[in-house]
Design a protein around this ligand. Sequence first.
Ligand SMILES: CC(C)(COP(=O)(O)OP(=O)(O)OC[C@H]1O[C@@H](n2cnc3c(N)ncnc32)[C@H](O)[C@@H]1OP(=O)(O)O)[C@@H](O)C(=O)NCCC(=O)NCCS
Length: 327
Amino acid sequence: MPQARITATGSYVPAKKLTNLDLEKMVDTSDEWITARTGIKERRIAARNQACSDLAAKAGASALKQRGMKSSELDLIIVATVTPDTFVPSAACMVQEKLGAAKAAAFDINAACSGFIYALSVANAFVRSGQYGKVLVIGSEVLSKITNWQDRSTCVLFGDGAGAVLVEPAPAGEGRIVSVDIHADGSKGDLLMIPAGGSRTPVSEETVKKGLHYLQMSGNETFKVAVKTLENLVLNTLRSNGLQSSQISLLIPHQANLRIIKATAERLGIPMERVAVNIDRFGNTSAASIPIALDEAVREGRLKRGEYVLLEAFGGGLTWASALLEW
Ligand SMILES: CC(C)(COP(=O)(O)OP(=O)(O)OC[C@H]1O[C@@H](n2cnc3c(N)ncnc32)[C@H](O)[C@@H]1OP(=O)(O)O)[C@@H](O)C(=O)NCCC(=O)NCCS
C-alpha cells in the first residue's frame, strides 16, 4: 500500500485580539487567574461577518499556495469543526465553493478538539487506499460564536482560527504519516457539550433563555481525564512504533491548557523547547489548534526532513487521538 504524507501547511487567524485584560472588564476574572490556570494571554475573535468556512478557506488557500497547487486539482476537502457556518450545507462544501475546487468531494468531521487528527486519519486512509491523491484537511473553528460570554469558566478559554494541511501520496524517503490513532468514550460525553440546538433539544425560546445553545464544560473533571488519557496515549503511540521520546523532534499538542501540555511533555520526558506552544496567543481553538501550531513550526523552519513529529489531542465526545509523522 502506498504511504501518505503532509506536503504543505497553512493557517489563518482573525485580526481582532481579545486580551485577558479585556476579559477582566467583561466577567469576574483576572489576567493572573487565566495565565496561571491556563497559560492563555490573548485569543483571536472572528469578525461579525466571518464564519467557519471563511477562516477555513483562507487557511486552505495558504496551504495550496505553499505547495503551488491549483484548487482545481483537489480530490477531497475535509473540514474538522464543531462550529460549521450551518448544519447543512457542510463547511467543507462552502470551502469547496470558495476555493473553486470543483472536482473535490467535501464533508465535515465532528470530533471536537481531536477533530483535526480524526480528519487526518481519514485523509491518510483515502490516500493509502489509492482512492484520492490530493486531500485538503482543515481544522477551523469560530468558538467565539458558541461561547457564553457571561460564563467565566468557559469564556476565557476559547479562540477562533483555522489551520490546513495537504495530504498526498509519499514517495520513498520524502516523509510520511507513520501512524494515526483515534479513540472515543461516549459515556463521558456530558463533560463537554452544547445541550440544545440539535434533534434532541431543538432551539426554542426556552433553550435560548437558559443559554443551552452555548458550549458547557465541566472543566476540572475534563482536566483530570485529559491528563491521564493523554499520558497513556502518547506512551502507547511511541511504544507501538518502537520509538523513544528522545527521537521526537517536536511534540505538537492540542492547545487546551498549558498545564495539560506540560504534564504530557513531562510524562514523556520531552523538554518544553521541543513542544509547540501557542496557547498564550490563540487560546483553545479546538480542531484548529494543531494545524495552526504545525504551520507555525513549518514556517519557522523547526521541522527537518526525516525528523519525527508527534501530534496529540483530547476533547469533547470524549475523543482523543494521536499521529506520528516522519517529516
Ligand atoms: C477550565 C480550567 C482552566 C479550570 O481550571 P481549574 O484549575 O480546573 O479550576 P476549577 O474549575 O477547579 O475552578 C477553581 C476556582 O476558580 C474559579 N474560576 C473558574 N473560572 C474562573 C475565571 N475565569 N476567573 C477566575 N476564577 C475562575 C472557580 O469558580 C473555582 O472557584 P471556587 O474554588 O471558589 O469554586 C481547567 O479545568 C481546564 O483546562 N480543563 C480542561 C480543558 C480541556 O482539556 N478540555 C478538553 C479540550 S477542549
